[in-house]
Design a protein around this ligand. Structure first.
Ligand code: 0O2
Length: 214
């Protein structure tokens, strides 16, 4: 069953909707922790550095609805704002990103609705990350609700860049001068180069370890 606004009273409605989104975030977080623990057990390695999750603020949801020309109703929020529940998975290497995405895809109760691979096609800002829009079933007392969660998977370097770029753009209210935008694009390239070198270093270390154990 898809999530729908159930009650007449807006406050009760919103409380119920946020409770469902929070539950969906908990479900995905636990799934990711279990996968990470299992990976550590089998391969003696943690692909996930850390996980952050959040429910989008009502102000930010209303802003997004306005941007896309929708009236601010709870039903429109549910239908048109895909990242009310958001989870960010930070990992060490770019190869971990696809490994984690595959592990999520293989969970039988998770349905992948859309994928945006900003590693293959970075945004013009220089933003890189792997986005998955999924639904996860939330088990309530009287029904099961398939709830949307946006999962962003990125490396530590990509996360460092995105956090600072977000702060800078916030300061300039989205209209940063061209030289700052260009500098951010250069920094994004440097972060990608760092990711590339760290990945190659890690591969070399793994080869050395494999040869030692043979
Ligand atoms: P916040 O504060 O993180 O919630 P849409 O969601 O459909 O309106 P779009 O661009 O198609 O817009 O969605 P997309 O590409 O999946 O990106 C949504 C989220 O990705 C953003 O959420 C950011 O978290 C992140 N993101 C996308 N582009 C950039 C960028 O250039 N810089 C940074 N730092 N983050 C980016 P919100 O709602 O914008 O913000």
């Amino acid at each position: 069953m898809e999530l729908v606004a159930q009650r007449d009273n807006d406050i009760d409605n919103w409380k119920e909707v946020t409770l469902i989104y929070s539950s969906a975030l908990k479900q995905i977080s636990v799934k990711l922790e279990i996968l990470n623990d299992e990976f550590q057990h089998v391969h003696r390695y943690n692909p996930i550095e850390h996980i952050k999750s959040r429910i989008k603020t009502p102000e930010s949801i209303v802003k997004k609805l306005k941007k896309h020309g929708y009236e601010s109703t709870i039903q429109n929020m549910i239908e048109h704002v895909n990242d009310i529940a958001g989870i960010r998975v930070i990992c060490s290497f770019t190869s971990d990103i696809y490994r984690i995405a595959d592990m999520i895809r293989n969970q039988s109760d998770i349905k992948v609705i859309a994928v945006k691979d900003y590693l293959v096609s970075p945004k013009s800002s220089g933003y890189k990350s792997y986005h998955m829009l999924v639904t996860v079933p939330v088990y309530l007392s009287d029904r099961i609700v398939d709830t949307k969660v946006e999962i962003q998977i990125r490396t530590v370097a990509m996360d460092f860049w995105a956090s600072l770029e977000h702060k800078i753009n916030y300061k300039f209210e989205g209209n940063a001068p061209a030289y700052i935008k260009n500098e951010l694009i250069e920094c994004s390239k440097m972060a990608s180069e760092l990711d590339r070198r760290m990945l190659s270093l890690n591969e070399e270390i793994q080869m050395i370890n494999q040869n030692k154990s043979q």
